[in-house]
Design a protein around this ligand. Structure first.
Ligand code: 0X9
Ligand code: CA
Ligand code: ZN
Length: 519
């Protein structure tokens, strides 16, 4: 009883193209209400002192995060306290993180005001009504409409076969650049729809939702009153007066996944820059994003912030990885190849812990692979840097749209199949194998076997390093044609697996059943 196996090797290679405030603390620091001019930018050296977690816990506005030092926006009183617990501190200039020259310019200079976003989104809709539709997804505390634009063919319809992707800007008021990148994206998609078939495909075959200004009240306040404002405009003590040192909720601490998990990742203190609000989703801006996300199935999301040249992934609430960590980071690595940003989560030490953040909720609630992009090197860069920040992030932002139909397409894939399903004595079985690899010149491991009765495996390829070049050059004479060992009649299966050669992590597998009958 024998079956000759002939392996047909067909191979397809595809190329893809921060925080102020004041917590009554366990460290004996009792805050009081400080005046505006009392706040300045400082560099806090971490060597030889208490850990930065104490600074986090005190709710002090950490605006830049490094293993060796932090930049904080802090009051004289906070600085005295930091000094008293052993930190070495240097004063630096606020103009390192915000360009003061755009403050007070009519229409915020090249930056978008709320009114300009509103007008421009409606203009895009009327100029491209076949592919753009503006939606009012909720009202802010002060009653501004929170605008979303959906870009897709048939934008008024929910088309089931088209994966959804979400882009958001301005959870934080002072992060003006985080509005510009989603606005550029809107214009890029609609402006290139007619002349670039690749963009036409991305528009037609995806449902792209863009919310350029999640926190319009805060942005307005930052542009007109106080440039360093971060939070929304919630009147925390309900006294009808907006008090900078008591009011406002951090919209990136109010989402309902592990909300208020601890006081390191968010603050229970209304005056703190990371105040999380009275309860999860207490803020209308967060409710608007929640409702939008619950009515769509976002495969990916980007929440744009500034600054740090980073791409952040969950978890934020705890030092740990999500169950999808490998895919999450491997996609981040692909994007990092395009924008050269660092990526990681709190556990990796590139960002402090946060709870109630957008990406933890999007992933935790819906499995959306959501990224925080910390754009650029300033909250408000000089106007002449806006273009360059867009150009640096354009390909990475579009990349998620490209792969949204199947995020796992970043990995090699394997498919094994036979010419028919029933064989008998003396037959020749033709086994086909498709192996695709999105990257040239990378090593993968390939395993191919068929089961034998009694649980044994008959190996055809058993290798943990196969280098896939643009042309598949793995040569094994056994592949061409050989005879299987004597078989008992019964059910069999071919198995093919492609693995990461260093970790043996299974990237894809394929099974082809066949039957051997006695003739
Ligand atoms: O603190 C934040 O909300 C973000 N940084 S910012 O300077 N733009 O305020 C960081 C969010 C961090 N997310 C995770 N740790 N996962
Ligand atoms: Ca108040
Ligand atoms: Zn931010």
């Amino acid at each position: 009883m024998s079956v000759t196996v002939r392996l047909l090797r067909t191979l397809a290679i595809t190329c893809l193209v921060c925080l102020t405030s004041i917590t009554p603390s366990s460290f004996g620091y009792t805050p009081s209400l400080a005046s505006d001019d009392d706040y300045a930018l400082f560099k806090v050296h971490l060597e030889g002192a208490a850990s930065y977690r104490e600074i986090l816990r005190a709710g002090i506005d950490i605006i830049e995060f490094n293993p060796a030092n932090l930049k904080v926006f802090a009051s004289t009183e906070e600085i005295f306290w930091l000094n008293s617990i052993g930190f070495r501190i240097e004063r630096t200039d606020l103009s390192e993180v915000i360009d003061p020259s755009v403050f007070g310019l009519a229409g915020a200079g090249l930056y978008h005001t709320y009114e300009e976003v509103e007008l421009e989104l409606h203009q895009v809709e009327s100029n491209h009504n076949d592919i753009a539709k503006v939606y009012d997804i909720g009202d802010s505390i002060e009653g501004r409409e929170i605008w979303a634009i959906k870009i897709s063919d048939n934008p008024t319809q929910e088309e089931a076969g088209e994966p959804d992707v979400l882009y958001m800007g301005a959870h934080h008021a002072r992060e003006w650049i985080s509005v510009e990148i989603p606005m550029y994206l809107v214009n890029f998609l609609v402006d290139n729809y007619d002349n670039d078939p690749r963009i036409k495909r991305l528009v037609d075959e995806r449902e792209t939702w863009i919310v350029p200004m999640v926190n319009p009240d805060g942005v307005e306040y930052s542009q007109r009153e106080y440039q360093m404002w971060r939070k929304n405009k919630r009147d925390n003590n309900n006294n009808g007066i907006f008090e900078r040192y008591y009011d406002g909720v951090d919209n990136n601490r109010n989402y309902g996944y592990m909300w208020g998990y601890d006081d390191v990742g968010s603050s229970p203190n209304p005056g703190a820059e990371t105040y999380r609000g009275g309860h999860a989703f207490s803020e209308p801006e967060n409710q608007a994003i929640r409702d939008l996300a619950l009515h769509n199935e976002f495969v990916f999301a980007i929440s744009y912030h500034s600054f740090g040249q980073l791409m952040l992934i969950p978890w934020g609430y705890v030092d740990g990885d999500t169950p999808d960590h490998k895919l999450y980071t491997d996609i981040a690595a692909e994007m990092a190849g395009l924008n050269q940003y660092l990526y990681g989560n709190a556990k990796d030490g590139i960002i402090y812990n946060t709870n109630g953040g957008a990406i933890d909720w999007l992933y935790g609630e819906s499995g959306t692979l959501a990224y925080t992009f910390e754009l650029g090197t300033m909250f408000i860069p000089p106007e002449d840097q806006i273009d360059a920040i867009w150009l640096r992030n354009r390909a990475a932002s579009l990349y998620l749209l490209q792969i949204a139909d199947d995020p796992r397409q970043i990995y090699p894939s394997i498919n094994i199949y036979t010419d028919k399903t029933d064989y008998s004595e003396g037959d020749t079985m033709e086994v086909g194998l498709d192996l695709t690899n999105p990257h040239d010149e990378t090593d993968v491991g390939v395993y191919i076997w068929t089961d034998l009765p009694g649980g044994d495996k008959h190996w055809v390829v058993r290798s943990s390093t196969v280098t896939l070049h643009t042309a598949f050059n793995y040569s094994n004479p056994e592949w061409k044609s050989y005879t299987l060992p004597p078989l008992a009649p019964g059910d069999y299966c071919w198995h093919a697996v492609v693995v990461d050669p260093s970790t043996e992590y299974v990237l894809d597998e394929s099974v082809a059943p066949w039957v051997f009958t006695d003739s």
